[in-house]
Design a protein around this ligand. Sequence first.
Ligand code: 8X3
Length: 252
Amino acid sequence: TTATTRPRALVTGASTGIGAATVRGLRAAGWDVVATARRVERLEALAEETGCTWIAADLTVADDVTRLAAAVVEGGPLSAVVNNAGGAIGADPVATGSPEDWARMYEMNVLGTLRVTQALLPHLEADGGGDVLVVTSTAGHEPYPGGGGYTAAKHAERLIPLTLRQELVGRPVRIIEVAPGMVATEEFSLNRFAGDADRAAAVYAGVAEPLVADDVADVITWTLTRPAHVNIDLVIVRPRAQATSTLVARET
Ligand code: 8X3
C-alpha cells in the first residue's frame, strides 16, 4: 500500500441501521466501501446514494462468505472489516426461550462474525495491515431479564475480538469493539419482535433521545481513523437517558 491509496472497508449488515450509516460515514470520510447484506435492492439503493460497491451474501452460509471474501480480495487491499451484521430474536426468559432461537442468534452474531473475520484476516494483514472491528452490544457486557439468547450470543461474539487481540499482538492488525446500547434503528426491535410494531415502539417509548444509527457510525468511523498505532479496544456508547440495559429514564 502506498500513502496515496484510499482506505477500503467491508461493512456487513449494510442494508439498514448502523451498517448503512457506517457505509455513509466512511464514504463521507473518503473511504472506498464494499457493502454486504442479503437484500439486493437495499444494497443497490445504498450504492446509488453513496457510491459504495456491494456484494450480496448471507453470512450464515459458509459458501456465501467464501465467495464474498474472494470478491473483496479481488477488489484490492483492505483496510478494515466492520462486522456489524447481527440481531436479536425475541425477549423470552431463560425458562421458556426456544433453543432454536438461541441457535439462530449464535449463528447470526457469533458464527457470522467468525466466518467473515477468518476469511479476511490474511488479506487484512497484507499490504501494511488493517482493522477488525466488531459491533457487539451492551448486551455483550451485561445480562438483563429477557435478554437470554441475545445476551449469550453477544457475550460470545465479543470473545472473538478479546481473544484475537491476544493472538495477534505484534501483528499489523487493530482489534476494535464498539458496543452500543439503546439505538433506535428502523429494524432492530422490529426484527426482534417478529414485525410487531407496537412491541418494537415500546422499547423506545418515552426515552428522551435514544441514539440513532449515525451516532454509532460516527464512533465507528472515529475508531478506524485514529493513527495506525492507536488501538481503540472498546467503546461502550449509550444515550444519556440510559444507565444500564434496564435502567432507562422515560417520560411518562
Ligand atoms: C441492543 C441493545 O439493550 O436491546 O443491542 O440488548 S439491547
